[in-house]
Structures are given as structure tokens and as C-alpha cells.
Design a protein around this ligand. Structure first.
Ligand SMILES: [Fe+2]
Length: 297
């Protein structure tokens, strides 16, 4: 082993890793060791300049400073670099019949308001097409799951989430439902639109600098939680939307795309008489029980 006092651009990596040897947490030691190895490798490979190091420090500082209770720039950074989808892929290995997961994204809020089945959750309707959503929460054998908590959230017709309209903006186009004996969740809202992820901060500057657009295809978010089953965080994407092939956060999966068919004015599935065209989404979510998951290697 080399001296603790003197190291070169290669031996410094081992020196740093050696300082983790008394870490009482084996997992932390593993993570820190691999992280230092890979970061040092990257710095050596690109021969990072002092100015680039300073820029990187400034970028991360600005990324933190723009975060608040309603804006999470670090999740955006993770999403746009594919880290979120990579973590999702590693952590959501499930039987093939299960509904696939995708990123949570930065717009879920803990204070999601509860709603009654059948309600219109777009409480500040603009010009978006009305949308009837009727989904089933099922186990892998196709039986309804009772008591599942289902959070839904989506953008308006201009591609903005409620929380993007300011600190005092009313929460809307989001709700928390609980399934009854039939496992169904059904509600009215309005068709979401494609949108740019918030690109007025450091992540937007990064995307522009590397020649990428900030857009995501239109989608609805779902988060299904119920005891005894693997939680599901996913989206359903709108097939006609732009950017299905170049989602800024790499979240699209073919199995999560739906037509959201448009219907002529008339009687909607819940009996409501519609004077304008409207959309529908029917979907079966299939969740594996915890005992049906592949065993960790
Ligand atoms: Fe979203």
C-alpha cells in the first residue's frame, strides 16, 4: 500500500477507498467504494479540467438551490439522465403478466386529496377534452383487489400540472381513490397533453447544451398501493401524442400506451349526457402478490 501522505492520479483511488474500511455498514461501504471508483475513472478518462470541475460544482449547487417543496430538480436530473428508469428496471423485476412500471416523476404530491369514485377530479376545467377513466386493479389471476389505494395525477390541456401554477395554486387533476369489492376506479377528468419538463433551471440548460428537447408525451400517472402486493408506479400514455419515441425521461413502454378513443356527444358510460366529444380510458392493472416476485439473486 502506498503512503497515506503521497499519492498520484492513479493511487489516490485506492487511498480513498481504504478510508471506508472501518465503515460499520457493509452496504454503504460497497456503494461508496463503487461510486469513488467510477467517479475517479470518469475524471481520469476525460481529464477533467479545473474549469470543468468548477462548472460541475456550480451546476449541482444551482440544482439544489432551485428545489423547494413543489420543485424537485434533482429528480429531473435523475430522470433526464436515465438514472430513474435504470433504478426502476432493477427494482421492479416482476412476472411478465404484471403491469409494467415507469418513473414517478417530480409532480406527485403527498397531500393528494381523496376523491369519491365517479367524481370529476378536474376541478378547474379549462379547454381540455373531457375524459372518462375506468380501470380495474387486479391480481395476476385476474381477481379484483379490494382496498387498493390509487393515486392519479396528470397535466392539463396545456401540459402543466397544478403545482406549476404557483405556490398557492389549487390542487387539481389529482386524486386518491380506494377500490371497493369490484377493484374498480372510475372518474372524470380531462385529457392530458404533452409537456416540457420544467426547463427554466439547470436541467433545462443541460438539455439545451447537449442538443436535447425537454418534452414528454401525454400521459396519466398512477400509483397503486395495497398490503400484500408489489406497489405499482406507472403511466398510461396517449398513443396519438408526439414524443413517444423520444421521451425526455426515457419512461415510455409499449405496453403502457392506449388509444384514449374519442366518442361523439351522447350518453357516456356512467349515464352522463355529453354535449361535446369525450375520451375514454379503460385499463386493467395487474399487480403481483409479494410471494409471486422473483427472488433476489
Ligand atoms: Fe407526468
Amino acid at each position: 500500500m502506498s503512503s497515506q501522505r503521497e499519492f498520484d492520479e492513479f493511487s489516490i483511488t485506492e487511498e480513498v477507498i481504504n478510508t471506508f474500511r472501518n465503515c460499520g455498514n457493509p452496504r454503504l461501504q460497497q456503494v461508496m467504494t463503487v461510486l469513488v471508483q467510477k467517479l475517479h475513472e470518469a475524471v481520469r478518462e476525460v481529464e477533467l479540467t479545473q474549469a470543468e470541475w468548477e462548472f460541475a460544482i456550480g451546476f449541482l449547487t444551482r440544482t439544489g438551490q432551485i428545489c423547494d417543496e413543489r420543485r424537485q430538480e434533482f429528480i429531473l436530473l435523475s430522470d433526464t439522465l436515465g438514472i430513474s428508469m435504470l433504478v426502476d428496471a432493477i427494482n421492479n423485476r416482476a412476472p411478465a403478466e404484471s403491469t409494467q412500471s415507469t418513473v414517478q416523476g417530480p409532480f406527485h404530491v403527498q397531500a393528494t386529496p381523496p376523491a369519491e369514485l365517479g367524481a370529476n377530479i378536474d376541478t378547474l376545467p379549462g379547454g381540455g377534452e373531457p375524459m372518462w377513466v375506468d380501470v380495474n386493479i387486479l391480481d395476476l389471476e385476474g381477481r379484483p383487489i379490494v382496498g387498493a389505494e390509487v393515486d392519479v395525477w396528470h397535466s392539463d390541456e396545456n401540459g402543466f400540472y397544478d403545482v406549476q401554477y404557483g405556490a398557492d395554486a389549487e390542487l387539481t387533476r389529482r386524486a386518491r381513490f380506494v377500490t371497493g369489492g369490484d377493484g374498480r376506479v372510475y372518474f372524470w377528468s380531462s385529457l392530458p397533453a404533452k409537456y416540457p419538463i420544467p426547463d427554466d433551471g439547470p436541467v433545462g440548460q443541460m438539455l439545451e447544451a447537449v442538443g436535447r428537447h425537454p418534452f414528454r408525451p401525454a400521459h396519466l400517472h398512477f400509483w397503486v398501493r395495497v398490503a400484500g402486493y408489489k406497489p405499482l408506479v406507472t403511466h398510461i400514455f396517449v398513443r396519438e401524442s408526439d414524443y413517444l419515441d423520444s421521451d425526455a425521461v426515457f419512461g415510455v413502454k409499449d405496453s403502457l400506451i392506449d388509444d384514449f378513443p374519442r366518442h361523439a356527444p351522447g350518453t357516456a358510460p356512467d349515464g352522463r349526457v355529453m354535449e361535446t366529444p369525450y375520451r375514454t380510458l379503460n385499463w386493467d392493472f395487474r399487480l403481483p402478490r409479494l410471494d409471486q416476485l422473483p427472488k433476489a439473486a
